[in-house]
Write a protein that binds this ligand. Structure first.
Ligand SMILES: C[S@@+](CC[C@H](N)C(=O)[O-])C[C@H]1O[C@@H](n2cnc3c(N)ncnc32)[C@H](O)[C@@H]1O
Length: 305
C-alpha cells in the first residue's frame, strides 16, 4: 500500500514561477482511495472547495493550525535542546574554518527550531539562523512569528533538492520521511557543497513501536484530524537506519553517523534519531567538543556494514 500524507497533497507551488498550483479535491480523494486510505479521503472530502478546487486560504489556515500543534510535540520532545547538543559541537569544529557560521533548517515549517534557537541564544550571537520551506504560507507565518518577537533569524521559500541558501550546517526535523527512499541520495548530495561543514537530520526512528507511539502521542497532543492522520503515517513511512545511512553516503565528502544518545529525560525522545554528516577533517574536533556524548556516535560503516 502506498503511504501518503495529506499535507503533501493539498498544497503545491510551481518550482519555477512560484505560483500556487490549483488542486482538485476529487484528484486528492482519488489518490487516497487508490492508496486504500479511506480515512484520509474522508478528511479531504470535508475540506472546502471553490469550483471543485481546494480553497487555498482554508488549506493554509489548516496547515498553520496543524504545524502549531506540531510545535507542541517539538516542545515536548525538547527538540531545540537536542539539536543544540549537536549543533554547538558542530559549530565549534566548523569555526576552525574561520567563517561566520550559517545554520539552515530545511523544511522548517513554522520555524519552531530556528526561532527557538534564536530566542535561547544557545548557539551564541555570531551565527546566522535561516529556515527554508517549500510551503509559502508556512514561511510567511514563521516570518511573522519571528518578527513579533524580534528574533534574529529569517525564513525563505526553497526546495530541499535545489537549495538556494548556502549553509555551514544544514539541519532538518521530521522531514526525511516525506521523501521516497530513491530521492534521499539527492537530498544528501545537495548538501555536500563548498562551504558546508556538516549536517544533522532528525527523523522518526523506524521501530516496530513507532506507529503506536505516534498514534498515542498525536492523540494526546493534536486535535486536527489531518495532523493525527499524518502523524501516524509519518511513523509508518519512516526510513530504516540502513536506508538513511546508505543515502547519506552519497554526500561523499562527509563522514556519516547515527547518533544514539545514551540517556533521555523523556523515553519518548528515543523515537526521534538523527543522521549526521561531518567533514572528515573536522570529526576529531567535533568528537572532542561532543565530550562524553561522542559515545553515542555510531559510524555509518559499523551500522550499514
Ligand atoms: C512534518 S513537517 C516538519 C516541519 C518542521 N521541521 C517541524 O518539525 O515542525 C515537514 C515540512 O517539510 C516541508 N517540505 C516538504 N518537502 C519539501 C521540500 N522538497 N523542500 C523544502 N521543504 C519541504 C513541508 O512543507 C513541511 O513544512
Amino acid at each position: 500500500m502506498t503511504m501518503l500524507e495529506i499535507s503533501d497533497l493539498v498544497a503545491e507551488w510551481d518550482p519555477v514561477t512560484g505560483q500556487r498550483v490549483r488542486i482538485r479535491r476529487d484528484d486528492v480523494v482519488a489518490r487516497l482511495c487508490a492508496a486504500g486510505d479511506e480515512r484520509a479521503a474522508r478528511i479531504v472530502r470535508r475540506m472546502p472547495v471553490a469550483g471543485g478546487f481546494l480553497d487555498p486560504v482554508a488549506v493554509d489556515r489548516l496547515l498553520v493550525r496543524v504545524h502549531t500543534e506540531l510545535q507542541r510535540l517539538n516542545e515536548e520532545l525538547h527538540m531545540a535542546r537536542r539539536f543544540a547538543e549537536i549543533l554547538v559541537p558542530m559549530l565549534t569544529a566548523a569555526r576552525v574554518t574561520g567563517n561566520r557560521p550559517r545554520v539552515v533548517d530545511i523544511g522548517c515549517g513554522l520555524g519552531f527550531l530556528v526561532r527557538s534557537l534564536a530566542a535561547s541564544g544557545s548557539l551564541g550571537a555570531a551565527v546566522d539562523l535561516v529556515g527554508v520551506d517549500l510551503n509559502r504560507a508556512l514561511v510567511a507565518e514563521a516570518t511573522r512569528l519571528a518578527e513579533d518577537e524580534g528574533l534574529p533569524c529569517s525564513f525563505v521559500c526553497a526546495d530541499a533538492f535545489a537549495l538556494t541558501e548556502p549553509a555551514t550546517v544544514y539541519l532538518s526535523s521530521g522531514v526525511l520521511h516525506h521523501f521516497p527512499a530513491e530521492r534521499l541520495a539527492g537530498f544528501f548530495r545537495a548538501q555536500d557543497r563548498p562551504g558546508t561543514q556538516a549536517f544533522v537530520h532528525y527523523d522518526i526512528a523506524a521501530t516496530r513501536l513507532a506507529p503506536f507511539g505516534a498514534w498515542l502521542f498525536h492523540r494526546a497532543r493534536m486535535r486536527e484530524p489531518l495532523g493525527r492522520h499524518d502523524g501516524v503515517m509519518s511513523a509508518r513511512r519512516a526510513h530504516s537506519d540502513q536506508v538513511l545511512l546508505s543515502a547519506a553516503a552519497h554526500a561523499t565528502g562527509m563522514e556519516t553517523f547515527l547518533f544514539e544518545p545514551p540517556r533521555h529525560t523523556n523515553p519518548l525522545c528515543a523515537a526521534m534519531r538523527p543522521v549526521l554528516g561531518v567533514r572528515p577533517e573536522l570529526t576529531g574536533e567535533f568528537r572532542r567538543a561532543m565530550g562524553r556524548r561522542a559515545r553515542g556516535l555510531v559510524p555509518a560503516r559499523t551500522r550499514a556494514g
